[in-house]
Design a protein around this ligand. Structure first.
Ligand SMILES: [Zn+2]
Length: 383
């Protein structure tokens, strides 16, 4: 069965000077109205623990310049703020919405109203500002719903176009797979495939570490000379360098994760992963780098929505299930302290088989997922 889905296409755009000014104003107004509405909500919440229902329109009298930008941009801020509060109230790990700062994630979102957002040749048309030169590196399919304009810390402009489209399911492959988040590899699959972390990522990370060191040194020099960081040219130059490497790492990593998740969803019908609490694990400093680097949670999210788009099933098994310590051959479970983090393989004392640590874990994850699925089946059929 085909499915209606939302898909985002991100394009680099090259605004002229007038358009840059318009974008800067729009980012500023979006940020201002977010902070203003949030401050008022916060005050109201502290007074009587209830949420204040405020709208951008009521601020336009006092702050007339809000009328100069696309009103949909402000309406979208209201919606985003509402969602942030919903998450705060409903999800235990989500904190109170925070204020936005200039230069960090500058963006605004507008909607398509009967063709006000469109792609025309090598231009993207947006409300109130018209066509902007763009690098349309791929064609879009479907109905445009909205567009988000953003500016990266390195000064590049992007437009992300959200499209409503139909996803046709992938053919079934009759193959099921368990995935373990590897310690040395990015992932290890239950069929024996090991996917290494891309080498260029670690090279970029070393480059980033070096650049950050220089940046902190320059900050110290500026401080010694009693200069403000924003007036220190050397510091600013290095800061831009650091931001550029960050951007490169983020883009390469995203590409890598998209490719890996796409392949897995295409090649397997049932996909089982461990439901790791990444934010909980990040507190363990030894593992922190490896986990954040391999972006396990982003990868899980991609598997989840791609599986949904293309008719494949993703199962998450309990993170307390002892996937590493159980012998996939006979089910024997190792005792406390019998498996060290550094042990790459272990011999089962019960069935004498040698278990590769990560491969053994991924086979256990697959089996556990299939077992949970079988347990659930009667419930699904009975309902
Ligand atoms: Zn065994």
């Amino acid at each position: 069965m085909s499915k209606q889905i939302h898909k985002a296409y991100k394009f680099r755009v090259y605004p002229n000077e007038v358009q840059k000014v318009f974008f800067a104003k729009s980012f500023g107004c979006a940020r201002f109205i977010w902070n203003k509405m949030l401050a008022d909500k916060k005050e109201h919440y502290q007074l009587d623990k209830k949420s204040l229902k405020n709208t951008p329109a009521q601020y336009k009298k006092e702050f007339e310049w809000l009328r100069e930008v696309d009103s949909l941009a402000l309406a979208n801020v209201q919606m985003q703020l509402h969602q942030a509060f919903q998450h705060f109230f409903k999800q235990p790990n989500v904190g109170f919405p925070t204020f936005k700062h200039k230069g960090k994630k500058d963006s605004y979102t507008t909607n398509n109203q009967k063709g006000t957002v469109a792609i025309d040749g090598s231009f993207i048309k947006l409300p109130k500002i018209g066509p902007i030169k763009a690098n349309i590196h791929r064609s879009i399919h479907g109905l445009i719903k909205s567009a988000t304009v953003s500016k990266s810390p390195t000064g590049k402009y992007y437009v992300s176009v959200l499209v409503e489209t139909i996803a046709a399911p992938f053919p079934k492959t009759q193959s099921n797979i368990g995935i373990d988040l590897g310690l040395t590899d990015f992932i290890v699959l239950s069929d024996g495939t090991k996917v290494a972390n891309p080498k260029f990522l670690s090279k970029l990370q070393n480059k980033l570490a070096r650049a950050q060191k220089i940046m902190s040194k320059r900050a110290l020099v500026a401080k010694k000379d009693n200069r403000k960081l924003r007036d220190s040219k050397n510091y600013q130059k290095q800061k831009l360098k650091v931001a550029k490497i960050h951007e490169k790492i983020s883009n390469t990593r995203k590409d890598f994760l998209h490719k890996q998740s796409f392949n897995i969803v295409k090649n397997h019908d049932i996909i089982v992963i461990e439901d790791l609490n990444v934010s909980g694990m990040l507190k363990n400093h030894k593992l922190a780098k490896a986990i954040s680097d391999s972006s396990w949670s982003a990868f899980t999210t991609m598997l989840s929505y791609k599986g949904d788009w293309y008719g494949k099933q993703l199962i998450k098994v309990d993170r307390w299930f002892p996937s590493s310590k159980t012998c996939s051959g006979c089910g024997h479970i190792l005792g406390k302290n019998e498996l060290k983090l550094s042990d790459r393989s272990w011999n089962c004392s019960s069935c004498k088989s040698e278990n590769d640590r990560d491969l053994n874990a991924s086979v256990n994850i697959l089996n556990e997922g299939l077992r949970c699925l079988k347990l659930k089946e009667p419930l699904v059929q009975g309902s």
